[in-house]
Design a protein around this ligand. Structure first.
Ligand SMILES: [Zn+2]
Length: 359
């Protein structure tokens, strides 16, 4: 646009070209001048507009009113476009956050069941072997051969009864917690502290049957899918294909502490008891063992009682449900086997010595 520039110190004026860039009035007079529209003072003089800078700079521009309108209209449109783009971005971000949250918290958990059931057993075994290697490093197997054999025998019987494609291998391990957990592919680990806590064969076999049911119902693979899927998304969002997200999830989620959720726990309780009953074994050990876990976690370190009970009211309820479902039956281990099992982990293992050997 054509305008006249007065430097304010003389009466002279000269023609300049003005335009608007990103809401700034630009023209050349003794070098480039940039006057933000926000800061200028505007005054009407007949059919022209006098534009001055804020403050006491005497310089001013004189622009025809219609030209001034065109210039500022453009700026207003630009301003609106920027606002629209900002709003669009905010909206798009909010939408994608909602989609990601939906996939992570709704989609993957909902899909994890079907995904687990569709996972080929060979793939699950392979995942189990990989995890098993890492877990064994952290939790070394107990050395009592006879006790390991007795535990293994029960796992094999339960596996046959359940009809799972997986070989159920029960292993007693050293770990600083009361816990039993199943790995993908059918390996069940029972910690030395859990073996010490179990009062009789019925209690220990109930825990093992509960874990065997997690394997049978493919809850283990379901939990893996849930954490795996989350890892994939984490990669998509932060990592860009580095696999860092999956690594983080595998480390954080740790295969030993997979959360199955209430429905799966209830299912494993019932199916585990059924497995024992089908073998002619007593399923009366589950309720007292739950009670024992509750008492232990109340009296000692609650953090050490892991997967088996996640919160107290639920454990009380589970104890009541298993009590109602319990059926009498044979004992899972002979007295000789029981003595051997109780001695399996008394192999002189010294966790401190192991820690020291790492340094
Ligand atoms: Zn469980």
């Amino acid at each position: 646009m054509e305008a006249r520039f007065h430097d304010g110190r003389t009466t002279a004026s000269r023609p300049v070209k003005v335009w608007v860039e990103d809401e700034v009035l630009v023209f050349h007079a003794d070098g480039e001048q940039r006057w933000p529209l926000e800061t200028v003072r505007v005054e009407m003089v007949d059919d022209r507009v006098r534009v001055a800078r804020a403050g006491d700079d005497p310089a001013r521009l004189s622009i025809a009113l219609s030209d001034w309108r065109d210039l500022t209209e453009h700026a207003v449109r630009h301003h609106r476009a920027v606002r629209r783009r900002e709003l669009w971005l905010v909206g798009a971000l909010a939408t994608s956050a909602a989609v990601i949250a939906g996939v992570v918290f709704v989609g993957i958990p909902a899909a994890s069941g079907p995904l687990a059931r569709a996972t080929p057993p060979d793939l699950e075994r392979k995942i189990g072997r990989n995890l098993g290697g890492q877990v064994s490093l952290a939790f070394p197997a107990c050395k009592g051969v006879a006790g390991q054999a007795a535990l293994h025998g029960l796992g094999q019987r339960l596996g046959k009864t359940s009809g799972t494609p997986f070989d159920i291998r029960v292993r007693a391990v050293h770990a600083p917690m009361v816990n039993a957990f199943a790995l993908p592919g059918g390996t069940i680990m029972v910690t030395d502290q859990l073996i010490a806590l179990a009062a009789d064969p019925a209690e220990l076999s109930a825990v093992i049957a509960h874990e065997a049911a997690h394997v049978e119902k493919r809850h283990v693979m379901q939990a893996v899918w849930r954490s795996f899927g989350f890892g994939v998304l984490l990669d998509a969002v932060v990592g860009g294909g580095t696999g860092a997200g999956q690594q983080a999830v595998l480390l954080l989620g740790s295969s030993t502490n997979l959360r199955y959720g209430r429905a799966s726990e209830a299912e494993a309780d019932a199916a585990g008891q059924d497995l024992l009953t089908e073998q002619g074994l007593s399923s009366q050990g589950m309720a007292p063992f739950f009670q024992r876990l509750v008492n232990t976690s109340e009296s000692k370190n609650a953090g050490a009682v892991k997967e088996l009970i996640s919160d107290h009211p639920d454990s009380q309820r589970r104890a009541a449900v298993s009590r109602a479902r319990a059926k009498p039956g044979a004992t899972a281990f002979t007295p000789t086997e029981w003595v051997a099992i109780k001695a399996t982990c008394k192999d002189g293992y010294d966790p401190l010595k192991r820690v020291r050997s790492l340094f």
